[in-house]
Design a protein around this ligand. Structure first.
Ligand SMILES: C[S@@+](CC[C@H](N)C(=O)[O-])C[C@H]1O[C@@H](n2cnc3c(N)ncnc32)[C@H](O)[C@@H]1O
Length: 162
């Protein structure tokens, strides 16, 4: 009985604790995963960053297309799941366990996001400082307030930061 109790506490902490820092775990659907990568149109050898990389399936899809992918995931359970999901592509994928607001972001050519409305302005602010090169951003479901998307398809908004 104590083990069930501990498991429930652990799951609650991992999945609900994340709400203090960002969006809860909810995976992007397969169609939108493909749409996001199509819109970003990254070339082989370029780098995709995914803050809040969940189960790692977007990182895996990117790696299958020859793109280097970096994920940052706070929920330790999803972090471990994503290591398993992406194991075969581990040479092209790096996943960091941590809070993406605190971890240093690598220079990326494209960013995929699935956050929630309240964190979009904070993301927009972060994109305005400390970048060395232009970056494309695909956001599923949540537009960036006050910024005009260059394209939109299947609920994925594409932006360019120059
Ligand atoms: C809505 S889910 C999206 C998962 C994945 N990006 C996808 O589209 O399938 C948001 C993910 O971000 C993670 N997350 C939320 N806040 C975070 C933070 N501050 N740092 C790192 N990961 C975070 C959650 O644990 C969750 O896995």
């Amino acid at each position: 009985m104590i083990y069930i109790y501990l498991a429930v506490v652990l799951l609650t902490v991992c999945f609900c604790g994340v709400l203090l820092f960002g969006a809860p775990y909810l995976p992007t659907l397969e169609k939108q995963r493909k749409t996001a990568l199509d819109l970003l149109d990254l070339k082989k050898g370029q780098t995709l960053l995914e803050p809040g990389s969940g189960d790692g399936r977007i990182l895996k899809l990117a790696a299958k297309r020859g793109i280097n992918a970096v994920g940052i995931e706070l929920n330790p359970i999803m972090y471990l799941v994503s290591l398993l999901v992406t194991f075969r592509y581990r040479k092209k994928i790096k996943i960091v366990w941590g809070d993406f607001w605190k971890v240093d972001w690598p220079e990326a050519d494209g960013i995929f996001l699935f956050l929630i409305t309240r964190y979009m302005p904070k993301f927009d602010e972060k994109m305005k400082t400390g970048r060395k090169k232009p970056v494309k951003v695909a956001s599923f479901a949540f537009p960036i307030p006050g910024k005009k998307p260059v394209k939109e398809k299947d609920g994925v908004f594409l932006y360019e930061y120059r």
